[in-house]
Design a protein around this ligand. Structure first.
Ligand code: HEM
Length: 137
């Protein structure tokens, strides 16, 4: 069930779905609905951390051999993806905290770094990771 193909597909769908939420939160900000920016990002926060933690639990405990048959290039793609995704996940609590407390002197500069990390997470997650996975015979 938790084959590499299924896990990678689920990961791509999850990254795509939460990116839609994050984009909507920025639209809310642009049309001056800060409450909706906060609400959408609270959902984004919960779903993103659930995805990252779920993925870590799967590749470490449930199916530690998930990447065993990856080629070197595929393993490198996963490493590059995690280089963006893990710092983005670490920043999320700080984003939520500074947003809620309206510490905008921190929230806005943090947001610039977060956007770069999230763009990297999205591009490397959706486009660079293999779309399907067939182990070599
Ligand atoms: C490009 C990324 C982001 C930018 C530019 C940004 C910018 C802002 C700004 C300017 C406000 C103040 C709005 C106002 O009161 O007029 C705000 C509020 C807030 N932000 Fe962000 N933010 C970003 C990402 C995030 C993320 C990733 C989170 C959470 C994970 C977040 C959570 C919040 C919360 C909870 C508020 C308070 C909303 C309220 O008034 O109820 N933001 N943000």
């Amino acid at each position: 069930m938790l084959t590499p193909g299924t896990v990678l597909l689920a990961l791509k769908i999850a990254v795509g779905a939460v990116t839609v939420l994050f984009a909507a939160s920025l639209v809310a900000l642009a049309i001056r609905k800060p409450k909706w920016h906060g609400r959408l990002n609270t959902v984004f926060f919960v779903l993103t951390l659930t995805t990252v933690l779920g993925f870590e639990v799967i590749i470490r405990y449930v199916n530690p051999h998930l990447t065993a048959d990856f080629t070197d290039a595929q393993r490198e793609a996963l490493k590059v993806h995690l280089t963006f995704a893990l710092p983005a996940a670490v920043m999320l609590p700080a984003m939520l905290y500074t947003g809620r407390k309206r510490l905008l002197k921190l929230h806005v500069p943090f947001a610039l770094a977060f956007v770069v990390l999230w763009a990297g997470t999205f591009v490397t997650g959706v486009f660079f990771l293999p779309h399907t996975f067939e182990p070599a015979p």
